[in-house]
Design a protein around this ligand. Structure first.
Ligand code: CP
Ligand code: NVA
Length: 302
């Protein structure tokens, strides 16, 4: 039975730790597995991308495989044919499928009918590869800690939801500073709150979220597919801008993360993203390493 990554909670806590450990070994060059040798991998994009496309294509090549990029416009998933038929056909050609699209249910349907691993490269609901890579970046920069204090300020979106997913598996003191009508997914929020080892705070006060944090994270206020809402979101979220004044409430050794692309001057200022606490480019690099680890992990079951 193939395993897929539709969202982080498809993994157990031990499996997430195994993926971090694999990631560390592969990044240091201690191991260089090639489970995709002689195979191709389909990379389906219904939304735009820089990091996800390039890091997956490079990662697939480094694992011995041949990446095939295909746009949603071309295959019209669920329109030209059912998602189930597309999954069955793709499984006859490729050893792995990566997909970035809008609906989470489309990724889950693809995974249900595919005979090869399916990896979610972002949906409106979650962005699992991003947050697994981000946690690895935090461990690299801050060293081990029982429960990092992670503040997320801004729109409650796929990034926030993925942090909640991770907090439901491993101990995180996760504080979300956002406006009342920009909150993350309520089911994922409840699931994270059900993990007694994590602490979840949802507040409209950005200072309360950031107070003494080890990590301060933000993301765009209007995600892909919602760009028409940017002015409306900006008026609701402007007090959550990550600027030096807000960062001043965090622990002085706190690191700053942003999944990128950033809208500089909107959710984050230049002085913060270019400042000494920012590790956003290490964070972007780790997408490559974590995705290779995720692929190696999943391909064990293929
Ligand atoms: N962070 C991220 O997924 O970037 P892209 O949208 O460029 O892939
Ligand atoms: N929340 C953003 C993340 C981009 C990597 C989006 O969905 O557009």
């Amino acid at each position: 039975m193939p395993r897929s990554l539709c969202q982080i909670t498809d993994f157990t806590t031990d499996e997430v730790q195994e993926i971090f450990s694999l990631c560390g070994k592969m990044k240091k060059g201690e191991i260089a597995p090639r489970p995709l040798e002689g195979k191709s991998a389909a990379c389906i994009f219904t939304k735009e991308s820089l990091r996800t496309r390039i890091s997956f294509e490079v990662g697939i090549s480094e694992l011995g495989g041949n990446p095939i990029y295909v746009t949603g416009k071309e295959i019209k998933l669920g329109e030209r044919e059912t998602i189930a038929d597309a999954a069955r056909v793709l499984s006859r050609y490729v050893g792995l499928i990566m997909i970035r699209t809008f609906k989470q249910s489309d990724v889950e349907e693809l995974a249900r009918y595919a005979d090869v691993p399916v990896i979610n490269g972002l949906t409106d609901l979650v962005h699992p590869c991003q947050i697994l890579g981000d946690y690895f970046t935090i461990m690299e920069h801050l060293g081990p800690k029982e429960r990092y204090k992670i503040a997320y300020v801004g729109d409650g979106n796929n990034i926030t939801n993925s942090w909640l997913n991770l907090a439901s598996l491993i101990p995180i003191d996760f504080r979300i500073g956002t406006a009342a009508d920009c909150i993350p997914d309520e089911q994922l929020l409840k699931r994270a709150q059900a993990n007694p080892a994590s602490r979840i705070l949802l507040t409209e006060d950005p200072k309360e979220a950031v107070q003494d944090a080890d990590v301060v994270y933000t993301d765009v206020w209007a995600s892909m597919g919602q760009k028409h809402l940017v002015e409306e979101k900006t008026s609701k979220l402007k007090k959550y801008q990550l600027n030096s004044q807000l960062l001043g409430y965090a622990d002085p050794k706190a690191i700053v993360l942003h999944c990128l692309p950033a809208e500089r001057g909107r959710e984050i200022t230049d002085e913060v993203i270019d400042g000494p606490q920012s590790v956003v480019f290490d964070q972007a690099e780790n997408r490559l390493h974590i995705q290779k680890a995720i692929m190696v992990f999943l391909l064990q079951y293929a």
